[in-house]
Structure formats: structure tokens, C-alpha cells
Design a protein around this ligand. Structure first.
Ligand code: LLP
Length: 432
């Protein structure tokens, strides 16, 4: 990883991270706007500007804040949301509603209603009840709703099983078979208030091999052909989800977007040519690959505990509450001492969080310069699924988020206060 170090301090998008820690306190998420924009530019170059009728819908679950959605909007991208909360964030940020699509294996009536009332661009159907529900709601409201079906492509992926979603035994997607999917397709074609656009899949996350994506594209195209044969219906949109992997440590590879997208598009274009089929719109939903590497987290080192002959624990003022990924997926991270970024490694330590949980270990066996209480530890590649999966376990506050670009820093999320953590709590009269 190329790091910028000045006067011994780690800089991030032109900002001194030690100063940021001082100004905003720790734990602190710091996002480089330039890196986010570079990723978007790469997507435009290798996808949006390269093919006709294709779109990027940023998967906001990776990092959903109003400032982030503004960056995405300025790129001309669409947006994928999964819940009323993600939709609300987008609406409050003024994101163009027709560019929003909503996913989810269990959308509530409230969420469906909210999506239809506001006029979201697409609803991705992922349950067997939804077509009826949407059709009824749409008719009542005198609207037409664009839908796609999320299918289960039944491909196995090389990633942690907790983040693989396209396999046969999955709560996500609708199995492609005669008894389940096809009656739904027929219903969608015929139902009033529904405009059936096509199919969606998402095979899994953090992938550095394109075979699952390519296998799923084949399956989706077979399905497109079957729908044409059975129902004489031509679909107009395919959505291939996200899942493109990033670099957390030197062991990881971040493949260029074109490594996935070029052969996927080749398949679509070849299919259309061979079958004389009008080219459907193609949408992708990257989340992690846009935002992960843009983010770092700053923590202050507190207690240091050396267990002779075993290991040295250096504790930070956050941990699994701001990054649950090591505890949940055994995810590996790396980091540096931001205030000693020019010093050589001098010892091997284990960076542990402060939550009351043995799995709250951020990085195991990391080589660092001599660690002292008060040092600032910067963890890399925490931009995706860090803030968005943060919790208040042990009543630790959700950290602040700062957006940096070319030396300019803006606070985009304030640190949660202690009072905010209990503001919705009520002591019943009987206990007073
Ligand atoms: N579209 C759909 C329908 C998805 O389910 C997901 C992720 C994405 C797009 C975005 O995938 P990405 O490009 O970010 O890989 N919390 C886990 C990741 C769960 C992802 C679930 N779905 C983690 O921290 O690794």
C-alpha cells in the first residue's frame, strides 16, 4: 500500500490523521473522497461509458450517510437500498427517487408502501408474496411499479460462507424452477400495476475470482431465453448485483472492475446477437468496491498488557462496536501507528478492542514500532460495512465520521452522545 507520511504522521487525502484524531476525537472514521471518486471514475470508464444502456447502483448498505449519497448522486449513479432506514437516508439526502431500487428478502408493508408512494425506480422482488402485494398496492394508488425478480443462481463462491448468497440453500432469491419461479413470472407479466423488467442476482461478496459471476450470467441468460419461449415475453433489464473484492491486507487482490464486467458484458452481448434479442439494460450494485479502501479508522491506544511468552495486547478505544468484521467473519485487517508512521517495526502485538467479548480482536500479530499509550492506531480499508454495521454494545457510542479531500476535512457524522444513546429509553412509573 502506498502511504503518504509527513513529519512521521500518516496523511489521508492530504490531511494529517494525528490532527484529525485530536480535533474530532477517537474512534474516528475517516473517508477519502478522492479514493471514492477514483473508484467511481473507474466504473464509468470500464462500464458506464463503455457500453450502451448500463447503470451502476451503489449498494448503500456498505456505507450509507447523506454526504456519501451526495457523492454518488454527483457521479450520476443509481442507488440500491434495503430498508426504510436506507430509503429515508436517501430521500433526506435528496437522491433522485426514480434512480433508487429497493432490495430485501423481507420487505415490510410499510417499506413497500413507502417505496411505492415515493415512486422508487424499481422493487426487486425476493419473496413469493410480493407480486400480489405490490400489484394490489399499485392499483390502489393508481401507479405502475417496475419490478425484477431476484433469482438464486445456485453458484458456489469462494468467500466466507457468511457472505455468500447465491447458493441453493439461501434465504435470498427465488429458486429457478417450474413450481416456484415460473408461476411468479407469469403473474408478474399479467398483474395489473406491475411492469416486469427482468432478473437480478447477487452471488456473494468480497470475490476476487470472476467465475461465480460468469456462471450466474449464463444462468440468467438461459432464464431469459426460457421466459421468451414460454411466455413470449422479452425482458428489458438484468441486474448482476455487487460482490467485487477489495484489498484489506497485502494478501488480497483487488481485481480491476473490467476483470469482472468485460466478460460478463461479452456474454450478454453475444447472447443478444445470437438470439436476436434486444439488449437489455444491465445494472450492477457494487458497495464495498466503491468505498472500502477509501476509509480508515483511527483509535487511541490505551492499556498495554504483555503476557510473557504468549502475546502482547494493545487495547484501543473501540473495536467490534465500530468494526464487527474480524469477530463475525474472521476478517483480516492491517494498520499502522499514525503518529509513528515513519518508524520501523519493533515488536509484534495484538490490537484488541474494548468490548466485553473475547472475539473483539481487531488485528492479530501485527508488527508495529514500539507501542505506547496515547499512540494513534490507523486501520486500513474500513470504509465498507464498518460504520454501517456499528453497534452500541457495552453502550459504546457510534464514532464520528470525517470526509477528507485534498487537505480539507468535513465532519459528516457527529459522534453519538451518551444522552443520545439513552434518549429513547423510558423508566415506567412503577419503577420510579
Ligand atoms: N446487492 C445485493 C443484493 C447485496 O445483497 C449486496 C451485499 C450488494 C449488492 C453489495 O455487495 P458488495 O459489492 O458490497 O460486496 N456485511 C458483509 C457484507 C454483506 C453483503 C451483503 N450483500 C461484510 O462485511 O463483508
Amino acid at each position: 500500500m502506498e502511504l503518504t507520511v509527513k513529519n512521521g504522521h500518516l496523511f489521508w487525502d492530504g490531511c494529517d490523521t494525528v490532527d484529525l484524531a485530536k480535533t474530532y476525537g477517537t474512534p474516528l472514521y475517516v473517508f477519502s473522497q478522492s479514493i471514492i471518486e477514483e473508484r467511481c471514475q473507474e466504473l464509468r470508464r470500464d462500464f458506464v461509458d463503455k457500453y450502451e444502456n448500463v447503470r451502476v447502483a451503489y449498494a448503500s448498505k456498505a456505507f450509507s450517510t447523506m454526504a456519501m449519497l451526495k457523492i454518488i448522486e454527483k457521479q450520476g449513479f443509481s442507488l440500491e437500498v434495503l430498508s426504510d432506514g436506507e430509503l429515508h437516508t436517501a430521500l433526506q439526502a435528496g437522491f433522485p427517487v426514480e434512480k433508487i431500487e429497493i432490495n430485501g428478502n423481507n420487505k415490510s408493508m410499510v417499506e413497500l408502501e413507502m417505496a411505492i408512494d415515493h415512486g422508487v425506480g424499481r422493487i426487486i422482488v425476493d419473496s413469493l408474496q410480493e407480486v400480489d402485494l405490490i400489484s394490489a398496492m399499485a392499483q390502489e394508488k393508481n401507479k405502475t411499479v417496475n419490478i425484477l425478480f431476484r433469482i438464486t443462481p445456485e453458484v458456489n463462491v469462494a468467500t466466507h460462507s457468511f457472505i455468500s448468497t447465491g447458493q441453493k440453500d439461501s434465504k435470498f432469491g427465488i429458486p429457478i424452477n417450474d413450481d416456484i419461479l415460473f408461476p411468479q413470472v407469469q403473474k408478474a407479466i399479467e398483474a395489473a400495476g406491475i411492469n416486469f423488467l427482468g432478473f437480478h442476482f447477487h452471488v456473494g461478496s468480497q470475490l476476487s475470482d470472476n467465475s461465480a459471476h460468469l456462471g450466474a450470467v449464463d444462468i440468467a441468460l438461459d432464464l431469459v431465453k426460457m421466459v421468451k419461449e414460454r411466455f413470449d415475453y422479452e425482458i428489458s433489464e438484468l441486474n448482476f448485483g455487487g460482490g467485487f473484492g477489495v484489498r484489506y491486507t497485502d494478501e488480497d487482490i483487488r481485481q480491476p472492475f473490467a476483470y469482472f464486467l468485460a466478460p460478463m458484458m461479452d456474454k450478454v452481448l453475444a447472447f443478444c446477437e445470437k438470439e436476436n434479442y434486444p439488449q437489455p439494460a444491465v445494472v450492477i450494485e457494487p458497495g464495498r468496491s466503491i468505498v472500502a479502501e477509501a476509509g480508515i479508522t483511527l483509535h487511541t491506544i490505551g492499556a498495554i498488557k504483555e503476557l510473557p511468552g504468549i502475546r502482547k495486547y494493545v487495547s484501543i478505544d473501540g473495536g467490534m462496536t465500530d468494526n464487527i468484521r474480524p469477530g463475525l467473519y474472521d476478517a483480516n485487517y492491517t494498520g499502522v501507528l499514525a503518529n509513528k508512521a515513519d518508524q520501523a517495526a519493533a515488536e509484534t502485538v495484538t490490537v484488541s478492542g474494548k468490548a466485553c467479548e473475547s472475539t473483539d480482536i481487531l488485528v492479530k500479530d501485527l508488527e508495529l514500532p514500539n507501542v505506547e499509550t496515547g499512540d494513534i492506531f490507523a486501520t486500513f480499508s474500513t470504509g465498507a460495512y464498518g460504520y454501517s454495521m456499528a453497534s452500541n454494545y457495552n453502550k459504546l457510542a457510534i464514532p464520528a465520521v470525517v470526509l477528507v479531500k485534498d487537505g480539507q476535512a468535513d465532519l459528516i457524522v457527529k459522534r453519538q452522545s451518551l444522552d443520545q444513546m439513552i434518549q429513547n429509553e423510558v423508566i415506567p412509573e412503577s419503577l420510579k
